[in-house]
Design a protein around this ligand. Structure first.
Ligand code: 13P
Ligand code: SF4
Length: 338
């Protein structure tokens, strides 16, 4: 199949991504040039999360954490948003800015947290604790958001939990590690959904303790999706953007980093003279902590999705409006969070 292949007239199933083998795709610098040309031609904006492959981070118009990317998606004047992140992030962009075409290079870029929590499950939990408020991490699908009272991200969660009325119990879903951490920070009792991130739960407390002993001049910094034993060891805990700011501004020259590997690309740019050591995971045969979902996106798939405007995120309008409500409340309650 060549470049002139007319996808609109084809029966090619667009299940998760356009199959690379069906297309002629430019390579190397030509590929980057073609992406930039398509972006201009289509008046598109490329949004990328810090966990994306380095070459996608480098070509993006905006690089950010979940909250920053949601704000960018809401405010953009572009006609098309090419969202380089995972599905729930692109879906949130569509919920916030429905008149824009939102494309995701690979819609199979899921998330273990989002995939293990459902709207039905939340409804059942709410029925058990009828007086409760449901605060849900943005790492969930639209149906789950629609059953929530408020959405949080890792950078605004503490602010939002602190603003919820004291006389109501809080159901927190789907990340039990983030929920446990927030409960400790805010002193609020929480009923936790039993979910976790496959990347952050892989960090090994024992191996990290050894890394710390070998590098006594290093500080351990961790994303709050990590498990309690790792968080208990950490000198600093924060969202991806908070971890980046900390490494850049703190006097310390050496850091052990307990979050997804992709963040090291931007960290090295912001703190080129500091030593950055990826925290070790339990599996001794693998020293990496890559999110398999985040890494499904590639420059080639980004090129195809800009060119053919597929795969596109679409949504039922009734569901979108239900999911929008708790996201709008999040935006309002955290407008002062950077
Ligand atoms: P941030 O909101 O901190 O960018 O985290 C997103 C995420 O998926 C972490 O695993
Ligand atoms: Fe989901 Fe974990 Fe990947 Fe973040 S790192 S997208 S929480 S699976």
């Amino acid at each position: 199949m060549n470049e002139n292949f007319n996808i609109a007239k084809s029966n090619l199933p667009v299940k998760g991504f356009l199959d690379l083998k069906d297309f002629l795709i430019p390579e190397g610098e030509e590929l980057k040039k073609a992406i930039l040309e398509l972006k201009k031609e289509k008046n598109a904006v490329i949004l990328a999360h810090y966990y994306q492959p380095a070459e996608i981070q480098d070509i993006a118009d905006f690089l950010g954490d979940s909250l920053q990317l949601a704000r960018q998606a809401k405010e953009t004047n572009a006609d098309m948003i090419a969202f380089c992140g995972v599905h729930f992030m692109a879906e949130a962009a569509k919920i916030l800015n429905p008149t824009k075409k939102v494309v995701l290079p690979d819609t199979l870029a899921g998330c273990s947290l989002a995939d293990n929590c459902s709207g039905e499950g939340l409804r059942e939990m709410r029925a058990k604790y009828p007086n409760s408020l449901v605060a849900t991490y943005i790492n969930c699908n639209a149906e789950t958001k629609a059953e929530s009272d408020v959405i949080v991200t890792s950078s605004n969660a503490e602010t939002i939990i602190n603003s919820l009325p004291n006389d109501r119990p809080i159901i927190f879903a789907p990340d039990k590690n983030l929920g446990r951490y927030l409960s400790k920070k805010t002193g609020r009792e929480m009923i936790l959904w039993d979910g976790s991130c496959i990347v952050h739960e892989a960090f090994s407390m024992e191996r990290i303790a050894k890394q710390m002993a070998e590098n006594p001049d290093a500080k351990l910094i961790a994303h709050p999706e990590s498990e309690k034993p790792v968080l208990d060891l950490a000198h600093f805990i924060g969202s991806t953007s908070a971890l980046l700011n900390y490494v850049e501004k703190d006097d310390c020259q050496k850091f052990i980093i307990a979050t997804e590997d992709g963040i090291l690309h931007e960290m090295k740019k912001r703190a080129p003279h500091k030593t950055l050591i990826p925290a070790l995971v339990t599996d001794e045969s693998c020293n990496c902590s890559e999110c398999f979902f985040m890494k499904r996106n590639t420059l080639e798939k980004l090129y195809l999705c800009l060119k053919y405007e597929l795969p596109e995120i679409t949504m039922d309008e009734e569901l979108r409006l239900k999911a929008l409500k708790p996201i709008e409340l999040m935006m309002e309650l955290s407008k002062n969070v950077k």
